[in-house]
Write a protein that binds this ligand. Structure first.
Ligand code: ADP
Length: 640
C-alpha cells in the first residue's frame, strides 16, 4: 500500500496495532513483525510528513498530531531500551503512559479528519473503500488475537510473579536479581530484614563494598571470573556488613544467564544469613569439648558408633580397658578381625552378636552382655556391656549407637572362686551323705521287726533328712555346673509318654500324701536328655506336693501342638502371688511364706529346671493364683 495515501481510519488502525505489538514484545511474546521504532519510517509518520502536513497545512491539530506521534515513538524506544537492559518491569509500567499518548493520537487523528475531510465521513464507499474496511478488519482481528495472547501471558507472568513473591516471603533469604550488563541489583524484602538496609535497588559496588575487607577481593574475583568464563552457578561464604556495623556470615548463591551469543544478561541469587548457625556450631563444638572431657572422666569405657556399628569415638577408659590406643579403637567395627573377644564358655564372640552391632541392626538396647577380651598384653579381661541405639530426636532416624562397658574381671574371679568352693564342698559332702544313707538303710532293714520302735522311727526320719541333704547337694552341684557352662546334655530318642508313666508310678511310691494323676499322656517320641527331663518333672511334682499340703492330688497333663510337646503339672495348693511370677525362676528365689512346712530348701530347683529346659530349646512357665494353686508347664520342640 502506498504509505502516503493512508486515510484516517487506516492511520488509527495502524497505531492500534503498533501499540499492541509493543505491548506483546514487552510481555515477552514473540511477534513476527516488530513495530517500526523511528517515527519517520512508520506508515503513519510517512503519511504525516510526506502527505498530510502538505495536504492539510500546518493547522494546530496537525502540529499537535506530529508532536504526539513523535512522542509515541520516543516513549516506545525508551521502553524497548529498558526492556533490553533487563528492566522488564519498569518497561511494562511505562506501557500505560505510551498507551495514553497513543489514545491521544487516535483522538487527534479523528479531529483532524473532521476538520479537513468532513465529507469523507459520509462518503458512500466504493470498491476501493470496501477493500480498506477488509484491511481494517484484518488489523482489528490481529489486534484482538494479540490481546488474547497478552492476557494469557500476563496471567502466566502474574502467577510466576506471585509465586516468586511467595517464595521470597517464605525464605528468610535476601534474594537478588542483577543486570549483568549494567551491574544494577534488585533486592528483595529479605535484604532489608536481614541486613537492615532500606533499599530495593542498587549498583554492584553497593553490594561488594559491604563485604568484609579481608574477603572482598576474593569474592569479587571469583564472582566476575565465573561470569567471564560463562559459568552458571556461583556460591560463596563471606562476612557481610550490616547496617548496625556488625558482620553477618552469609552464604550466597547465584545463577547466571547469557544470551545466545554468550553475553551475560542476568544473575539471580539469594544470600542466607548463617551467623546463628555458625554460632550454634561453635557452641556445639564447645559443648562437644565438654562432652569429651566428661566422658573421659568416666570409669566406664564409652564408644560411639555410626549406623554401621563402626566406632567413631572412644573415651580414655575404653582405651585403658581394651588395651588399645584411641586410634586403634576408632574405625573398628564388630567384624574387625583384630578383636579377640570370647564368650563365657570360651568360644569366640562373633561379629554379628556384638552388642553395638545388634543395637544398630535390631534398633534395640542390648543389656548386660558379658564379653572376654584377650588384650594385646596377653591378659584376659571380662567386660559387662550395654549398647543402645541412638535416634535423631526430630526425625526418629537411626544415628548410630552408644556403648558403655565396665570391668567385671574381679567380680567374675570372685564368683568363680565361690562356685569352685561350692562345687568342691558339695562333692566332698556327697560321699559321706551317701554312706550315711547306706548305713541308715542297713540299720532299717536289720530292725525290720521293730518297725514301730522309737529307734526305727528315728532311723526313718534320719533317712528322710539324708535324702533331703542329698537333693540339696545335688542342686548345689547342678548349679555350679550351670554356672560353669558344664551342664552336660546327652540327648536320646525316647517315648515321652512311657517315661512319664514310669516316673510317676515311682514317685507315687514315695508320695503317700497325694495322688499323682495323669489326665492325658499321648505317645510322643522325643529327642532330648531323658535324665534331665526326669529331673525337671521330679522337681515340679515334688514342689506341687510340697506347696499343696491340704490338697489330695496333683494332676499331670501332656499334649502336643504342631511343633511342640507341652507337659503341665498342676496343684491345688497355696499358689504364688502375681508379683512373684517374674522372679520365681531366679536362683535362690523363694516366696516368703510362713504356712508351709517345706523344710530346708534353697530355692534352686526351679532355676535349675528352667536352665535345663532352655538347653532343651523349650520354655518353662507358670500360671498361678495366690491361694488357688499353680500350674507349671514346659514345652519341648518335637524336632529336637
Ligand atoms: P525350693 O527348693 O525352695 O522349692 P524352687 O526353685 O523349686 O526351690 O522353688 C522356688 C520357690 O518357688 C519355692 O521356695 C516356693 O516359694 C515357690 N514354689 C515353687 N513351686 C511352687 C508351687 N507349686 N506352689 C507354690 N509355690 C511354689
Amino acid at each position: 500500500m502506498n504509505s502516503t495515501k493512508l486515510d484516517f481510519e487506516q492511520a488509527r488502525a495502524k497505531h492500534l496495532l503498533f501499540k499492541s505489538k509493543l505491548r506483546s514484545i514487552l510481555h515477552g511474546i514473540h511477534v513476527e513483525e516488530a513495530p517500526v521504532l523511528s517515527e519517520y519510517d512508520c506508515a503513519v509518520g510517512k503519511w504525516i510528513y510526506n502527505f498530510a502536513l502538505a495536504e492539510y497545512g500546518h493547522i494546530p491539530e496537525m502540529v499537535e498530531l506530529e508532536k504526539v506521534h513523535a512522542d509515541i515513538h520516543a516513549i516506545a524506544r525508551q521502553l524497548v531500551d529498558l526492556y533490553k537492559s533487563g528492566n522488564v518491569e519498569k518497561a511494562k509500567k511505562g506501557l500505560q503512559n505510551m498507551e495514553d499518548v497513543a489514545d491521544q493520537l487516535v483522538a487527534l487523528l479523528t479531529s483532524v479528519e473532521s476538520l479537513v475531510e468532513p465529507q469523507q465521513l459520509s462518503i458512500t464507499r466504493s470498491d476501493g473503500i470496501e477493500y480498506k474496511i477488509e484491511e481494517f478488519e484484518a488489523i482489528l482481528k490481529a489486534n484482538i488475537e494479540l490481546d488474547e495472547r497478552i492476557k494469557e501471558q500476563v496471567k502466566k507472568t502474574t502467577e510466576a510473579i506471585e509465586r516468586f513473591q511467595l517464595v521470597q516471603k517464605a525464605t528468610q533469604d535476601a534474594v537478588w536479581d542483577m543486570n549483568l550488563e549494567t551491574g544494577n541489583i534488585w533486592w528483595s524484602e529479605g535484604f532489608r530484614e536481614l541486613f537492615g538496609y532500606d533499599v530495593s535497588e542498587s549498583d554492584a559496588a553497593y553490594w561488594t563494598d559491604k563485604i568484609h575487607p579481608e574477603e572482598q577481593e576474593n569474592v569479587k574475583e571469583n564472582f566476575y571470573n565465573l561470569i567471564n568464563l560463562k559459568g552458571t552457578k556461583w556460591e560463596s561464604e563471606y562476612r557481610f556488613l550490616k547496617s548496625d556495623g556488625t558482620y553477618a556470615i552469609v552464604y550466597d548463591r547465584g545463577y547466571f544467564q547469557y544470551d545466545d551469543e554468550g553475553k551475560p544478561l542476568r544473575g539471580v541469587g539469594a544470600m542466607q544469613d548463617l551467623t546463628h548457625l555458625k554460632k550454634f556450631e561453635q557452641n556445639f563444638l564447645f559443648s562437644e569439648d565438654r562432652f569429651n572431657t566428661l566422658i573421659d572422666t568416666l570409669e566406664e569405657g564409652i564408644t560411639l558408633h555410626d549406623i554401621n556399628g563402626k566406632i567413631t569415638r572412644a573415651n580414655k577408659s575404653a582405651h585403658r580397658l581394651l588395651g588399645l590406643t584411641i586410634e586403634e579403637i576408632t574405625g573398628r567395627n564388630a567384624f574387625d578381625s583384630r578383636w579377640k573377644a570370647v564368650q563365657e564358655d570360651g568360644s569366640s564372640f562373633l561379629g554379628e552378636i556384638h552388642p553395638p552391632h545388634l543395637a544398630v541392626t535390631k534398633k534395640q538396647k542390648q543389656l548386660n552382655v558379658v564379653m572376654g577380651i584377650h588384650r594385646n598384653d596377653g591378659t584376659l579381661i571380662w567386660l559387662q556391656i550395654n549398647s543402645s541405639p541412638l535416634f535423631d530426636p526430630q526425625t526418629g532416624d537411626l544415628l548410630g549407637a552408644v556403648t558403655s562397658f565396665f570391668d567385671i574381671t574381679e567380680r567374675k574371679k570372685f564368683a568363680q572362686q565361690k562356685d569352685d568352693f561350692i562345687s568342691t564342698v558339695s562333692h566332698e559332702l556327697k560321699t559321706p551323705v551317701t554312706s550315711i544313707k547306706a548305713f541308715a538303710q542297713y540299720l532299717k532293714r536289720s530292725m525290720a521287726e521293730e518297725e514301730n520302735s522309737k529307734n526305727h522311727v528315728m532311723l526313718k526320719r534320719m533317712d528322710v533328712q539324708a535324702n533331703r541333704l542329698e537333693t540339696l547337694i545335688k542342686d548345689l552341684l547342678d548349679i555350679s555346673r550351670v554356672d560353669n557352662g558344664k551342664l552336660v546334655f546327652k540327648p536320646e530318642t525316647f517315648n515321652f509318654g512311657a517315661m512319664l508313666t514310669e516316673l510317676i508310678s515311682d514317685l507315687q511310691l514315695i508320695t503317700s500324701s497325694h495322688q499323682l494323676i495323669i489326665s492325658s499322656n499321648p505317645d510322643i517320641k522325643i529327642n532330648t536328655d531323658k535324665e534331665k527331663i526326669i529331673q525337671v518333672i521330679t522337681n515340679l511334682v515334688s514342689n506341687a506336693v510340697k506347696y499343696s499340703p491340704n490338697a489330695g492330688y496333683v494332676s499331670l497333663n501332656v499334649r502336643r501342638t504342631d511343633s511342640q510337646l507341652i507337659c503341665s503339672v498342676q496343684d491345688f495348693g497355696i499358689g504364688i502371688p502375681k508379683d512373684q511370677h517374674e522372679f520365681i525362676f531366679e536362683r535362690f528365689h523363694q516366696v516368703e511364706r510362713a504356712h508351709t512346712n517345706a523344710g530346708l530348701t534353697l530355692g534352686l530347683g526351679l532355676f535349675i529346671s528352667s536352665e535345663i529346659i532352655k538347653r532343651a530349646k523349650g520354655e518353662l512357665w507358670l500360671e498361678s493364683e495366690f491361694g488357688k494353686g499353680s500350674t507349671f508347664s514346659f514345652s519341648l520342640p518335637l524336632d529336637c
